[in-house]
Design a protein around this ligand. Sequence first.
Ligand SMILES: *Cc1c(COP(=O)(O)O)cnc(C)c1O
Length: 236
Amino acid sequence: MSGQKDYPQLARERLQTVCDRIGAAASRAGRTADDVTLVAVTKKQPLASIESIFEAGQTAFGENRVQEAVAKIDAFPREAEWHFIGHLQRNKAKAIVGRVALIHSVDSVRLIRELEKQAARLDIVQRVLIELNVTGEEAKTGAEPEELDTLIKGLADAPHLKAQGLMTMAPYNTDPEAARPPFARLREILSNIPASQAFDPRHLSMGMSGDFEVAIEEGATLVRIGTVLMGERPGD
Ligand SMILES: *Cc1c(COP(=O)(O)O)cnc(C)c1O
C-alpha cells in the first residue's frame, strides 16, 4: 500500500498508467487512444474515490447495480457521464432509463420493450448496447448470438432506443490471451450486422482490468475498468 500518498495523487497516477496502456494497445492495433472510451467502473467504491478520479480528469463511470447506480448519480451532481453495465431486470428499467448515457447490457426483447416504454414516457432517446454471451458459459449474462436477429427486430419497434453496438464479458482467466477469441468473435459478429435504423454497429464494449489491452487490439471502443484504476473494491 502506498500509505504515504494522498488519494488524489494516487488516482492521477493510476489514471495516467491506464491511459498510457490504452494508448499503447491502440497503437499496436493501428488505432489511437481517441478511438477508445475509458469507463471507470466505480461499483462498490465510495464517493470519495469517485471524486478523486473525477478530479484527475476521468468523466465516464460505470455501475452494475441499479440501486447503487441511482444513489451515486444523485449524490454526484458533477459533469459526469454514467454507464449502466450490469444485468438489468425489467422491473428496474424505469429507474435507469434517462439517468445514464448508455446501457451496455440489453439481453432480451422483453427488456427492449420495457426500455422503449420508459424512454417514450420520458420522451427521450436512450442509447443502448446488446450484451452477447459469445462463449456459451452458463453462468454468464447476455443473449446468445443466435438471438441477435430477434433482438434487432425488437429494436426496430423501439424508436426511443438507439442501439449502437455490442458488449461482452470474457470468462475470468488470469491469462489475458484467453479473452482474445471471444473478443475477436464479438468484433466479427458486429462487422456482419448491417447498419440500419434499428441498429448502428459502431461500438464494442469489451475489456476489463485483466484483459483490456487484448480487447483494444481486437477493436474495443469502450473498455470497462475497475480494479486497476480504482483499486481493490472494498468488501471484495
Ligand atoms: C466489475 C465489472 C467490470 C470491471 O471489472 P475489473 O476487473 O475490476 O476491471 C467491468 N464490466 C462489468 C460488467 C463489471 O461488472
